[in-house]
Design a protein around this ligand. Structure first.
Ligand SMILES: [Zn+2]
Length: 306
């Protein structure tokens, strides 16, 4: 690469970082923008200094690519490097196999660059991917396949990428939100459970008794998140959080938002500002919320009768 070309590419990257700084100030920058810059820098380095040290000769393409990634855990490697190691037809498919069949946590960063996040493959993860792959080939609607997948993995963490594979559409996570908000499935995301990363979900239970309270759809995700964070993800009646509940064997524990002082029989009649008043919102676990709502109905019934 000619020095002028290198300089021009570094200028492009510097301009991109400058624009990103503006995005950060406005709060619109995403992690994938930074990943793209990392991938751009990795490609400049590749052109200047050549590929990273190769894996041992004589092994198959998949083993070579695996050993190469294992030698560079948590570093950005480019598709061009993997292609040089695995061969033109082989590399993308082998990366997918390492991820899906062997359970290696390989993430895409930006355009055609990758990072292996851990040297230890995850057996459970590999099985989940295999299951997702199987279900993706079943007939029926995207939503029916997502339902099957979540039911088959109940209790465990699944990722947006797996759901997209099952749904065969890029917006699989939107269907998951529909199942949660419109059909009340108790599906946790990072909003409800601080141990989940964005893009991770967990269906807690398939029992209809564990469906979410219908009023929960009236609270937008960011509002629920603020209430849960303020209350340290802890039910304000029983003082349990998810970790405590799980330790005590209650795997169906999850959080809901509740009005301390009831403001109407039907929340949809209430102006949004009153409905979303943080001072009147409180975090309860699903079972205490059920009890609280039943007690309120009972008090109202008696008031009417008196
Ligand atoms: Zn509780």
């Amino acid at each position: 690469m000619a020095p002028e070309e290198t300089a021009a590419r570094l200028d492009t990257i510097a301009a991109r970082v400058g624009a990103l700084a503006d995005d950060v100030r406005q709060g619109s920058a995403a992690a994938r923008d930074l990943d793209e810059v990392a991938a751009m820098l990795a490609r400049v380095k590749l052109d200047l200094f050549g590929p990273k040290r190769r894996a041992a000769r004589g092994a198959g393409a998949k083993v070579k690519i695996r050993d190469f990634l294992l030698a560079h855990v948590d570093e950005v490697v480019t598709g061009a490097e993997l292609k040089a190691i695995g061969g033109i037809q082989e590399w993308a498919r082998r990366v997918r196999e390492l991820r899906v069949e062997d359970g290696y946590d390989i993430v895409e960063v930006g355009d055609s660059a990758y990072r292996l996040r851990s040297a230890v493959p995850n057996r459970e993860r590999a099985e989940q991917w295999a299951l997702a792959n199987t279900i993706s080939n079943l007939p029926g609607s995207a939503r029916s396949r997502i339902e099957r997948y979540l039911e088959a993995t109940v209790g465990t963490v699944v990722t947006r990428k797996q759901i997209d594979l099952v749904a065969k559409i890029a917006e699989g996570s939107r269907r998951v939100r529909e199942l949660r908000d419109e059909h009340g499935w108790p599906i946790l995301s990072h909003v409800d459970d601080p141990t989940l990363a964005p893009g991770e979900y967990r269906l807690l239970s398939t029992d209809p008794a564990d469906r979410r309270d219908a009023s929960q759809r009236m609270y937008p995700e960011d509002l629920r998140h603020r209430v849960f964070v303020r209350d340290a993800y802890t039910c304000q009646i029983c003082r349990r959080d998810r970790a405590k509940a799980e330790a005590a064997g209650d795997l169906r524990f999850y959080l809901e938002v509740h009005h301390k002082v009831a403001i109407a029989d039907d929340l949809s009649d209430v102006p949004v500002a009153a409905r979303h008043d943080m001072d009147n919102l409180i975090t309860l676990c699903h079972s205490d919320h059920l009890r609280e709502s039943a007690a309120l109905q009972e008090r109202k019934r008696r008031a009417r009768g008196a």
